[in-house]
Design a protein around this ligand. Structure first.
Ligand code: TYM
Length: 337
């Protein structure tokens, strides 16, 4: 973020939950785009640990995954000086604003959220209030920083829409409280699918380990998982998400990792079998991951450095967040000392 906050660039905010191993879907759908945007925007990238608590976490694993995600953000090319890379629970204003936004969010709106419906079906024994009000905390993350743009995958679109609705509702009641944010969802990579069931998105919480490639998978694991990836019996390499979801997903991944267009790849592989597509996709993933993994393994050994980044950036985020929260408290009529 620039030192001169007066000559402000537009703001980007995005977050990833430290709730499991970070996947190829998280990387291609979101994290990779963060690094592409950081020159033109002031960016905040958050490890959203409070959101992760909506599902039971093992405390020691949550701590480890928080540090791992911090290291992965940096290893993926995000400079922690230029970008504010920090942890949600280190900035208390997120939880404070979330309470306020909860009072301006309707039960009916929250009940329509697909993520709530999916997670309640997955965790029938723990359908907690946090899972239900999750979008209000997410709206607080975004609105606290007067965010203009939110780069996410397609699964988060509905949460950005409710954030916009809450912002507009409060702006019309109290004057201009918040910038109304726009989603940034590049279509080609908006939804990376499971390798085992290409009708489902690739997800951190999938219990089938062959369904998901994680950013820290070893090259031989990537090759093995790709070889097992579900395709179809038609044996022609074409992009057709309806008829050939498995093959289309591999082409999307190969295109994202190689930088070649899907059309060019289809031409190059004309007449070849799925084995070639799978091997090429595995190699392109491994080439993309190699420098990230090397940097990750170097960084993760330096806990002091990573903790220092989180500490310093929590301070920078707090300074910005406090400004918005003060304005909100004042406009809503909370008595000022
Ligand atoms: P999370 O942790 O589930 O995922 C992090 C990011 O990765 C994207 N993503 C995908 N993109 C393409 N294909 C996939 N298969 C795939 N899987 C995940 C997600 O869309 C997301 O961008 N609620 C958010 C975290 C969050 C947040 C925020 C995001 C909390 N506050 C404020 C933006 C702004 C989530 O659960 O992401």
């Amino acid at each position: 973020m620039s030192q001169d906050v007066q000559a402000k660039k537009p703001v980007i905010f995005s977050g990833v939950q430290p709730s499991g191993r970070i996947t190829l879907g998280n990387y291609i759908g979101a994290i990779r785009n963060f690094a592409l945007l950081d020159q033109e925007y002031d960016c905040l990238y958050c490890v959203v640990d409070l959101h992760a608590l909506t599902v039971r976490q093992v405390p020691a694993e949550l701590r480890r995954q928080t540090l791992e995600l911090t290291a992965l953000y940096i290893a993926s090319g995000l400079d922690p000086q230029r970008n504010i890379i920090y942890c949600q629970s280190h900035v208390p204003q997120h939880a404070e604003l979330a309470w306020i936004l909860n009072c301006f969010t309707y039960m009916g709106e929250l009940g329509r959220m697909t993520q709530f419906k999916d997670k309640s079906a997955q965790h029938k024994d723990n359908i907690n209030a946090g899972l239900f009000t999750y979008p209000a905390l997410m709206a607080a993350d975004i609105l606290l920083y007067q965010t203009n743009l939110v780069p996410v995958g397609a699964d988060q679109k509905q949460h950005i829409e409710i954030t916009r609705d809450i912002a507009q509702r409060m702006n019309s009641l109290y004057g201009d409280l918040f910038v109304v944010p726009e989603p940034y969802i590049p279509k080609a990579t908006a939804r990376i699918m499971s390798l085992s069931d290409p009708s489902k998105k690739m997800s951190k919480s999938d219990e089938d380990e062959n369904a998901t490639i994680t950013l820290l998978d070893k090259p031989e694991d990537v090759r093995r998982k790709l070889r097992r990836a579900v395709t179809d019996s038609d044996a022609s390499i074409r992009f057709d998400e309806e008829q050939k979801p498995g093959v289309s997903n591999l082409l999307t991944i190969l295109s994202a990792c190689s930088g070649k267009s899907v059309d060019a790849l289809v031409q190059e592989m004309e007449g070849q079998g799925y084995g070639v597509l799978k091997d090429r996709t595995a190699e392109a993933i491994n080439e993309t991951f190699a420098p990230i993994q090397a940097e990750f393994h170097r960084l993760i050994k330096d806990k002091e450095y990573l903790t220092g980044v989180l500490r310093e950036n929590a301070g920078r985020a707090q300074a910005l967040a406090a400004r918005t929260l003060r304005k909100v408290y004042k406009k809503l009529g909370l008595y000022q000392l």
